[in-house]
Design a protein around this ligand. Sequence first.
Ligand code: PLP
Length: 393
Amino acid sequence: MFSDKTVENLKSASFIRAMFEEGNKLRKQYGEENVYDFSLGNPDVEPPLAVKEAIKSISLSQEKGMHKYMSNGGYDSTKKAVAKMISHEYEMDIPFTNICMVTGAAAGLNVVLKSLLNDNEQVIVFSPYFAEYLFYIRHANGIPVIVSTEKDTFNIDLTQFENAITSQTKAVIINSPNNPTGVIYKKEVLEKMAAIIAEKEKEFNSHIFVISDEPYTKIVFGKVKIPVLFQIFKKIISINSYSKSLALPGERIGYITVSPLIPDDQLLMAAILFNNRTLGFVNAPALQQRIVELCINESIDPKIYEERRDVLYNHLISLGFECLKPEGAFYLFMNSPVPDEMEFVKKAQEYNILVVPGRGFGLSGYVRLTFCISMDIIKRSLPAFTQLAKSYF
Ligand code: PLP
Protein backbone atom coordinates (compact mmCIF):
# COMPACT_ATOMS: atom_id res chain seq x y z
CA MET A 1 0.00 0.00 0.00
CA PHE A 2 2.91 2.36 0.81
CA SER A 3 6.31 2.72 -0.83
CA ASP A 4 7.86 -0.78 -0.88
CA LYS A 5 11.33 0.71 -1.11
CA THR A 6 10.79 2.82 2.02
CA VAL A 7 9.22 -0.04 3.95
CA GLU A 8 12.24 -2.20 3.03
CA ASN A 9 14.64 0.56 4.14
CA LEU A 10 12.75 0.91 7.44
CA LYS A 11 13.57 -2.71 8.29
CA SER A 12 17.32 -2.20 7.97
CA ALA A 13 17.18 1.12 9.85
CA SER A 14 15.76 -0.56 12.93
CA PHE A 15 18.91 -0.89 15.11
CA ILE A 16 19.40 2.69 16.21
CA ARG A 17 15.65 3.14 16.58
CA ALA A 18 15.53 0.02 18.76
CA MET A 19 18.28 1.45 20.99
CA PHE A 20 16.41 4.72 21.25
CA GLU A 21 13.27 2.93 22.38
CA GLU A 22 15.21 0.76 24.81
CA GLY A 23 16.81 3.93 26.24
CA ASN A 24 13.41 5.52 26.82
CA LYS A 25 12.19 2.36 28.55
CA LEU A 26 15.23 2.20 30.86
CA ARG A 27 15.09 5.94 31.62
CA LYS A 28 11.45 5.60 32.71
CA GLN A 29 12.28 2.58 34.84
CA TYR A 30 15.55 3.70 36.49
CA GLY A 31 15.58 7.50 36.08
CA GLU A 32 17.49 9.63 33.58
CA GLU A 33 20.68 9.83 35.68
CA ASN A 34 21.00 6.05 36.04
CA VAL A 35 21.02 5.20 32.35
CA TYR A 36 24.34 5.38 30.49
CA ASP A 37 23.27 6.06 26.95
CA PHE A 38 26.23 5.81 24.55
CA SER A 39 24.00 5.25 21.55
CA LEU A 40 23.09 8.62 20.01
CA GLY A 41 25.55 11.01 18.35
CA ASN A 42 23.75 14.09 19.65
CA PRO A 43 26.42 16.36 21.21
CA ASP A 44 25.76 17.71 24.72
CA VAL A 45 28.37 20.48 24.14
CA GLU A 46 26.93 23.99 23.84
CA PRO A 47 27.64 26.20 20.80
CA PRO A 48 30.41 28.80 21.33
CA LEU A 49 29.23 32.01 23.03
CA ALA A 50 29.94 33.96 19.82
CA VAL A 51 27.27 31.87 18.08
CA LYS A 52 24.66 32.69 20.72
CA GLU A 53 25.57 36.37 20.50
CA ALA A 54 25.30 36.25 16.70
CA ILE A 55 21.83 34.66 16.96
CA LYS A 56 20.75 37.47 19.28
CA SER A 57 22.11 40.32 17.19
CA ILE A 58 20.84 38.90 13.88
CA SER A 59 17.38 38.11 15.16
CA LEU A 60 16.97 41.63 16.59
CA SER A 61 18.25 43.35 13.45
CA GLN A 62 15.85 45.92 11.98
CA GLU A 63 17.30 45.48 8.48
CA LYS A 64 14.50 44.78 5.99
CA GLY A 65 14.34 41.56 3.99
CA MET A 66 16.32 39.42 6.43
CA HIS A 67 13.87 36.53 6.20
CA LYS A 68 13.11 36.37 2.49
CA TYR A 69 13.76 33.63 -0.07
CA MET A 70 17.15 33.91 -1.71
CA SER A 71 19.21 32.25 -4.41
CA ASN A 72 19.11 28.46 -3.85
CA GLY A 73 22.85 28.30 -3.14
CA GLY A 74 22.61 30.85 -0.33
CA TYR A 75 23.84 34.39 0.30
CA ASP A 76 26.85 35.48 -1.75
CA SER A 77 28.36 37.12 1.33
CA THR A 78 28.17 33.85 3.31
CA LYS A 79 29.58 31.83 0.43
CA LYS A 80 32.42 34.34 0.03
CA ALA A 81 33.31 34.04 3.72
CA VAL A 82 33.25 30.22 3.45
CA ALA A 83 35.25 30.27 0.19
CA LYS A 84 37.95 32.43 1.75
CA MET A 85 38.27 30.10 4.73
CA ILE A 86 38.37 26.86 2.75
CA SER A 87 40.68 28.23 0.05
CA HIS A 88 43.17 28.46 2.90
CA GLU A 89 42.30 25.00 4.31
CA TYR A 90 42.20 23.26 0.92
CA GLU A 91 45.36 25.08 -0.29
CA MET A 92 43.56 25.98 -3.50
CA ASP A 93 41.60 28.95 -4.77
CA ILE A 94 37.93 27.97 -4.37
CA PRO A 95 35.56 30.45 -6.08
CA PHE A 96 32.45 31.25 -4.04
CA THR A 97 30.41 30.10 -7.04
CA ASN A 98 31.59 26.54 -6.23
CA ILE A 99 29.83 26.58 -2.88
CA CYS A 100 26.22 25.79 -2.04
CA MET A 101 24.92 26.40 1.48
CA VAL A 102 22.74 23.47 2.62
CA THR A 103 20.72 22.33 5.60
CA GLY A 104 23.46 20.11 7.05
CA ALA A 105 25.53 17.24 5.71
CA ALA A 106 22.53 14.94 5.34
CA ALA A 107 20.92 17.37 2.87
CA GLY A 108 24.27 17.98 1.16
CA LEU A 109 24.81 14.26 0.57
CA ASN A 110 21.34 13.80 -0.87
CA VAL A 111 21.74 16.81 -3.16
CA VAL A 112 25.16 15.71 -4.41
CA LEU A 113 24.12 12.09 -5.01
CA LYS A 114 21.02 13.21 -6.88
CA SER A 115 23.17 15.53 -9.00
CA LEU A 116 25.74 12.86 -9.91
CA LEU A 117 23.87 9.59 -10.35
CA ASN A 118 22.08 8.06 -13.29
CA ASP A 119 19.76 5.16 -12.44
CA ASN A 120 21.59 2.06 -11.17
CA GLU A 121 25.01 3.65 -11.05
CA GLN A 122 27.13 2.39 -8.18
CA VAL A 123 28.49 4.24 -5.17
CA ILE A 124 31.25 2.67 -3.09
CA VAL A 125 30.86 2.89 0.68
CA PHE A 126 33.41 1.54 3.17
CA SER A 127 32.16 -0.59 6.03
CA PRO A 128 31.63 0.10 8.84
CA TYR A 129 29.65 3.07 7.55
CA PHE A 130 27.22 5.78 8.59
CA ALA A 131 24.08 3.76 7.88
CA GLU A 132 22.16 6.62 6.29
CA TYR A 133 24.49 6.54 3.24
CA LEU A 134 22.70 3.47 1.90
CA PHE A 135 19.32 5.19 2.04
CA TYR A 136 20.61 8.40 0.47
CA ILE A 137 22.15 6.44 -2.42
CA ARG A 138 18.92 4.51 -2.96
CA HIS A 139 16.89 7.76 -2.85
CA ALA A 140 19.01 8.89 -5.81
CA ASN A 141 18.28 5.58 -7.60
CA GLY A 142 21.87 4.45 -7.16
CA ILE A 143 23.24 1.17 -5.88
CA PRO A 144 25.46 1.08 -2.79
CA VAL A 145 28.50 -1.20 -3.11
CA ILE A 146 29.95 -2.06 0.29
CA VAL A 147 33.71 -2.52 0.55
CA SER A 148 35.22 -3.86 3.79
CA THR A 149 38.04 -2.00 5.51
CA GLU A 150 41.08 -3.73 7.01
CA LYS A 151 40.26 -5.79 10.09
CA ASP A 152 40.61 -3.89 13.38
CA THR A 153 42.47 -0.89 11.85
CA PHE A 154 39.47 0.07 9.68
CA ASN A 155 41.84 1.48 7.10
CA ILE A 156 40.88 1.41 3.44
CA ASP A 157 41.75 -1.96 1.91
CA LEU A 158 43.13 -0.83 -1.43
CA THR A 159 42.91 -4.25 -3.09
CA GLN A 160 39.26 -4.64 -2.16
CA PHE A 161 38.62 -1.06 -3.27
CA GLU A 162 40.24 -1.67 -6.65
CA ASN A 163 38.33 -4.92 -7.16
CA ALA A 164 35.01 -3.24 -6.35
CA ILE A 165 35.27 -0.60 -9.10
CA THR A 166 33.26 -1.40 -12.23
CA SER A 167 32.22 0.47 -15.35
CA GLN A 168 29.09 1.46 -13.35
CA THR A 169 30.98 3.06 -10.46
CA LYS A 170 30.12 6.74 -10.29
CA ALA A 171 31.31 7.77 -6.85
CA VAL A 172 33.00 6.74 -3.65
CA ILE A 173 32.06 8.18 -0.26
CA ILE A 174 34.81 8.77 2.27
CA ASN A 175 34.29 9.98 5.80
CA SER A 176 37.35 10.98 7.82
CA PRO A 177 37.38 11.42 10.80
CA ASN A 178 35.07 8.48 10.61
CA ASN A 179 31.74 7.64 12.15
CA PRO A 180 31.71 4.96 13.66
CA THR A 181 35.46 4.19 13.99
CA GLY A 182 37.16 7.55 14.70
CA VAL A 183 39.80 6.69 12.07
CA ILE A 184 41.52 9.44 10.05
CA TYR A 185 42.76 8.17 6.68
CA LYS A 186 46.47 8.62 5.97
CA LYS A 187 47.76 10.69 3.06
CA GLU A 188 49.67 7.74 1.50
CA VAL A 189 46.53 5.58 1.44
CA LEU A 190 44.44 8.37 -0.09
CA GLU A 191 47.10 9.02 -2.74
CA LYS A 192 47.04 5.33 -3.68
CA MET A 193 43.26 5.50 -3.85
CA ALA A 194 43.53 8.47 -6.21
CA ALA A 195 45.93 6.52 -8.44
CA ILE A 196 43.55 3.53 -8.54
CA ILE A 197 40.64 5.82 -9.44
CA ALA A 198 42.64 7.42 -12.27
CA GLU A 199 43.59 3.98 -13.68
CA LYS A 200 40.02 2.69 -13.52
CA GLU A 201 38.64 5.83 -15.15
CA LYS A 202 41.00 5.18 -18.03
CA GLU A 203 40.12 1.48 -18.21
CA PHE A 204 36.36 2.13 -18.24
CA ASN A 205 36.43 5.54 -19.92
CA SER A 206 34.33 6.78 -16.99
CA HIS A 207 34.17 9.50 -14.34
CA ILE A 208 34.49 8.54 -10.70
CA PHE A 209 33.83 11.25 -8.11
CA VAL A 210 35.03 11.33 -4.52
CA ILE A 211 32.37 12.54 -2.11
CA SER A 212 34.04 13.55 1.12
CA ASP A 213 31.58 13.67 4.01
CA GLU A 214 33.27 15.96 6.55
CA PRO A 215 31.14 16.73 9.61
CA TYR A 216 33.96 15.83 12.02
CA THR A 217 36.97 17.66 10.54
CA LYS A 218 37.14 20.06 13.51
CA ILE A 219 37.15 17.19 16.01
CA VAL A 220 40.69 15.87 15.74
CA PHE A 221 42.85 14.83 18.70
CA GLY A 222 46.47 15.41 19.64
CA LYS A 223 48.84 16.30 16.85
CA VAL A 224 47.04 14.37 14.11
CA LYS A 225 46.46 16.34 10.88
CA ILE A 226 43.82 15.60 8.27
CA PRO A 227 45.37 15.34 4.78
CA VAL A 228 44.17 17.98 2.31
CA LEU A 229 41.85 15.93 0.11
CA PHE A 230 41.41 18.63 -2.54
CA GLN A 231 45.15 18.30 -3.23
CA ILE A 232 44.86 14.52 -3.62
CA PHE A 233 41.65 13.99 -5.62
CA LYS A 234 40.78 15.93 -8.75
CA LYS A 235 37.07 15.10 -8.99
CA ILE A 236 36.18 15.81 -5.40
CA ILE A 237 33.09 17.27 -3.77
CA SER A 238 33.19 17.90 -0.03
CA ILE A 239 30.23 18.23 2.29
CA ASN A 240 30.71 20.10 5.55
CA SER A 241 28.38 20.70 8.40
CA TYR A 242 28.20 22.91 11.48
CA SER A 243 26.26 20.25 13.40
CA LYS A 244 29.37 19.13 15.26
CA SER A 245 31.91 21.93 14.69
CA LEU A 246 29.58 24.60 16.14
CA ALA A 247 27.40 22.10 18.06
CA LEU A 248 24.30 23.15 16.09
CA PRO A 249 22.78 19.86 14.88
CA GLY A 250 19.21 20.99 15.45
CA GLU A 251 19.71 24.16 13.42
CA ARG A 252 20.63 22.41 10.13
CA ILE A 253 23.43 24.25 8.38
CA GLY A 254 26.40 23.19 6.26
CA TYR A 255 27.81 23.58 2.76
CA ILE A 256 28.86 21.71 -0.36
CA THR A 257 32.13 22.54 -2.12
CA VAL A 258 32.77 21.43 -5.71
CA SER A 259 36.41 21.30 -6.79
CA PRO A 260 37.10 23.80 -9.58
CA LEU A 261 39.22 21.05 -11.17
CA ILE A 262 36.09 19.04 -12.04
CA PRO A 263 35.43 19.42 -15.77
CA ASP A 264 32.15 21.30 -16.29
CA ASP A 265 32.09 22.25 -12.62
CA GLN A 266 29.54 25.02 -13.21
CA LEU A 267 27.07 22.58 -14.79
CA LEU A 268 27.44 20.40 -11.69
CA MET A 269 26.87 23.50 -9.51
CA ALA A 270 23.71 24.31 -11.49
CA ALA A 271 22.50 20.72 -10.91
CA ILE A 272 23.29 21.01 -7.18
CA LEU A 273 21.37 24.29 -6.85
CA PHE A 274 18.45 22.79 -8.79
CA ASN A 275 18.34 19.67 -6.62
CA ASN A 276 18.71 21.69 -3.42
CA ARG A 277 15.51 23.42 -4.46
CA THR A 278 13.55 20.52 -5.90
CA LEU A 279 14.38 18.01 -3.16
CA GLY A 280 12.52 20.50 -1.04
CA PHE A 281 15.35 22.12 0.92
CA VAL A 282 14.93 25.30 -1.23
CA ASN A 283 17.77 27.15 0.48
CA ALA A 284 19.67 26.85 3.77
CA PRO A 285 18.01 28.89 6.57
CA ALA A 286 18.76 32.62 6.29
CA LEU A 287 19.48 33.05 10.00
CA GLN A 288 21.94 30.15 10.09
CA GLN A 289 23.82 31.43 7.06
CA ARG A 290 24.31 34.80 8.75
CA ILE A 291 25.56 33.07 11.88
CA VAL A 292 28.10 31.14 9.81
CA GLU A 293 29.29 34.37 8.24
CA LEU A 294 29.70 36.12 11.59
CA CYS A 295 31.31 33.09 13.25
CA ILE A 296 33.46 31.89 10.37
CA ASN A 297 36.51 31.30 12.58
CA GLU A 298 34.63 29.78 15.52
CA SER A 299 34.65 26.13 16.53
CA ILE A 300 33.95 24.05 19.60
CA ASP A 301 37.08 23.01 21.48
CA PRO A 302 38.00 19.45 20.41
CA LYS A 303 39.82 19.02 23.76
CA ILE A 304 36.41 18.58 25.40
CA TYR A 305 35.92 15.39 23.39
CA GLU A 306 39.55 14.33 23.71
CA GLU A 307 39.26 14.31 27.52
CA ARG A 308 36.08 12.24 27.34
CA ARG A 309 37.70 9.84 24.89
CA ASP A 310 40.65 9.36 27.22
CA VAL A 311 38.53 8.63 30.30
CA LEU A 312 36.29 6.15 28.47
CA TYR A 313 38.96 4.51 26.32
CA ASN A 314 41.49 4.10 29.16
CA HIS A 315 38.89 2.51 31.41
CA LEU A 316 37.62 0.09 28.76
CA ILE A 317 41.16 -0.98 27.83
CA SER A 318 42.11 -1.41 31.50
CA LEU A 319 39.16 -3.80 31.89
CA GLY A 320 40.28 -5.97 28.97
CA PHE A 321 38.04 -4.66 26.18
CA GLU A 322 39.71 -4.19 22.78
CA CYS A 323 39.29 -1.06 20.79
CA LEU A 324 41.15 1.17 18.35
CA LYS A 325 41.92 4.58 19.90
CA PRO A 326 39.91 7.14 17.89
CA GLU A 327 41.94 9.98 16.39
CA GLY A 328 38.90 12.14 15.71
CA ALA A 329 35.08 12.38 15.76
CA PHE A 330 33.39 11.20 18.97
CA TYR A 331 32.88 7.48 18.62
CA LEU A 332 34.59 4.30 19.83
CA PHE A 333 34.10 1.16 17.75
CA MET A 334 34.83 -1.59 20.22
CA ASN A 335 35.29 -5.31 19.63
CA SER A 336 32.46 -7.26 21.16
CA PRO A 337 33.92 -9.73 23.69
CA VAL A 338 31.59 -12.40 22.25
CA PRO A 339 31.18 -13.09 18.51
CA ASP A 340 27.50 -12.14 18.49
CA GLU A 341 27.49 -8.47 19.48
CA MET A 342 23.69 -8.55 19.97
CA GLU A 343 24.32 -10.80 22.97
CA PHE A 344 26.82 -8.24 24.32
CA VAL A 345 24.42 -5.33 23.67
CA LYS A 346 21.75 -7.14 25.73
CA LYS A 347 24.21 -7.93 28.52
CA ALA A 348 25.28 -4.26 28.66
CA GLN A 349 21.62 -3.25 29.00
CA GLU A 350 21.46 -5.26 32.24
CA TYR A 351 23.88 -2.62 33.60
CA ASN A 352 21.88 0.23 32.02
CA ILE A 353 24.59 0.74 29.39
CA LEU A 354 23.29 1.43 25.89
CA VAL A 355 25.56 0.82 22.91
CA VAL A 356 24.72 0.28 19.24
CA PRO A 357 25.40 -3.10 17.55
CA GLY A 358 28.05 -2.95 14.82
CA ARG A 359 25.68 -4.57 12.32
CA GLY A 360 23.80 -1.25 12.31
CA PHE A 361 26.94 0.09 10.59
CA GLY A 362 27.40 -2.95 8.37
CA LEU A 363 29.95 -4.77 10.55
CA SER A 364 28.97 -7.41 13.11
CA GLY A 365 31.20 -8.33 16.04
CA TYR A 366 31.62 -4.72 17.24
CA VAL A 367 29.63 -2.11 19.11
CA ARG A 368 29.67 1.67 18.80
CA LEU A 369 29.83 3.98 21.82
CA THR A 370 29.64 7.74 21.49
CA PHE A 371 31.49 10.06 23.85
CA CYS A 372 29.52 13.17 22.94
CA ILE A 373 27.62 12.68 26.20
CA SER A 374 28.64 14.54 29.36
CA MET A 375 31.81 13.73 31.28
CA ASP A 376 29.60 13.30 34.34
CA ILE A 377 27.64 10.43 32.73
CA ILE A 378 30.85 8.92 31.36
CA LYS A 379 32.46 8.93 34.83
CA ARG A 380 29.35 7.58 36.51
CA SER A 381 29.16 4.78 33.93
CA LEU A 382 32.65 3.45 34.71
CA PRO A 383 31.65 1.18 37.65
CA ALA A 384 28.87 -0.25 35.45
CA PHE A 385 31.48 -1.12 32.77
CA THR A 386 33.64 -2.71 35.50
CA GLN A 387 30.73 -4.93 36.48
CA LEU A 388 29.92 -5.72 32.85
CA ALA A 389 33.56 -6.69 32.18
CA LYS A 390 33.41 -9.30 34.97
CA SER A 391 31.07 -11.34 32.75
CA TYR A 392 33.86 -11.74 30.17
CA PHE A 393 37.40 -11.33 31.53
N1 PLP B 1 27.60 12.10 8.00
C1 PLP B 1 28.01 11.50 9.12
C2 PLP B 1 29.17 10.59 9.05
C3 PLP B 1 27.37 11.74 10.34
O1 PLP B 1 27.79 11.12 11.44
C4 PLP B 1 26.25 12.61 10.36
C5 PLP B 1 25.51 12.85 11.59
O2 PLP B 1 25.72 12.30 12.62
C6 PLP B 1 25.87 13.21 9.15
C7 PLP B 1 26.56 12.94 7.99
C8 PLP B 1 24.70 14.15 9.09
O3 PLP B 1 25.06 15.36 9.70
P1 PLP B 1 24.17 16.67 9.62
O4 PLP B 1 23.63 16.91 10.98
O5 PLP B 1 25.11 17.75 9.23
O6 PLP B 1 23.12 16.45 8.61
